[in-house]
Design a protein around this ligand. Structure first.
Ligand SMILES: [Zn+2]
Length: 294
């Protein structure tokens, strides 16, 4: 009987231990794009308790999200668009078909509160450096209005419709010139620069204003779960737990949330930072940090 009870106790302990690893609080997805079926997309976000989203897509497609409040959407400015179109999905970024938006128009949109951040900056798809001088007038506007900037780094999937795509231009080390020129700018490396993770580490160490999002990296359909674990361990051990943000990049939310929950070395506080509070700080959102954990 004693043995039987001990058996039950250890099963209960096991259950409560596993349960304690699940983050069930609200989520901030800092990397989302337009989906052809917006209604289904919204329902899926709600189902996963995603309450805040940083969205970047073709300018006109973003209109559908502006008025929504559950989740709350921050709206980006996607550029420069290779051939004037959004990679993969192919819509025109701007109605005039241009790759770069007119600077005067951008300033007006910022003043009218139509742009919350610059991004996804597509320099790599366009085939130019993250610090290309053609981007500097836009970075200057972001600095002037204290808007965060999200830049695509790392590699890309197939069929991106961008003939000048240059994988060498996704190395985060190329950002140094830009970061030195705009020291107050809040910048995040989308996809955390993977697989150029050594460069990502160097940039994070040298520039405290730089954050990363773990979209793609945390997607087990694209990146091996062990590689994600190794990368996350390295970030945490290097002391960057306050600068890692969750992003889905339209991937499978269930799998990506589970991927973070499965990382045994993370404390509950660290999970809450990754899913919610780091992004809230980065985007200067005063939200109720009632991320519930069990
Ligand atoms: Zn990207």
């Amino acid at each position: 009987m004693k043995i039987f009870l001990a058996g039950i106790c250890s099963v209960l302990l096991l259950i409560s231990d596993t349960g304690s690893k699940q983050y069930t609080g609200e989520i901030f997805d800092v990397h989302l794009h337009f989906s052809g079926d917006v209604e289904t997309q919204i329902a899926n976000l709600q189902k996963h308790n995603v309450k805040h989203v940083a969205l970047s897509s073709a300018w006109d497609d973003q209109e559908k999200y502006r008025a929504l409040s559950a989740p709350e959407f921050l709206i980006g400015l996607m550029f420069p668009c290779p051939g004037g179109i959004v990679p993969y999905s192919g819509q025109r970024c701007f109605s005039d078909g241009e790759s770069y938006p007119d600077l005067k128009w951008v300033r007006e949109q910022i003043i009218n509160k139509k742009i919350d951040f610059l991004g996804e900056v597509l320099s790599e798809y366009y085939g130019i450096s993250l610090s290309d001088s053609s981007l500097f007038p836009y970075y200057a506007l972001a600095a002037e209005f204290n808007l965060p900037v999200g830049i695509h780094t790392g590699l890309a999937g197939p069929n991106h419709l961008s003939p000048n795509f240059d994988p060498a231009m996704g190395d985060p080390i190329l950002l140094k010139e830009m970061l030195d020129s705009f020291p107050s700018l809040k910048v995040w490396l989308m996809h955390a620069g993977g697989p150029y993770l050594e460069s990502t580490m160097t940039i994070l160490k040298e520039y405290p204003n730089v954050y990363i999002d773990i979209s793609v990296l945390s997607d087990p359909e694209i990146i091996d779960a062990l590689d994600f674990e190794v990368a996350m361990k390295a970030f945490i051990e290097a002391g960057f737990e306050d600068r890692i943000m969750f992003g889905s990049d339209n991937g499978d939310l269930t799998k990506m949330i589970n991927a973070v929950n499965k990382l045994d070395f993370l404390s509950q506080t660290q999970r809450e930072k990754i899913f919610l509070t780091n992004a809230a700080r980065f985007f200067s959102l005063s939200i109720n940090t009632n991320g519930k954990m069990q």
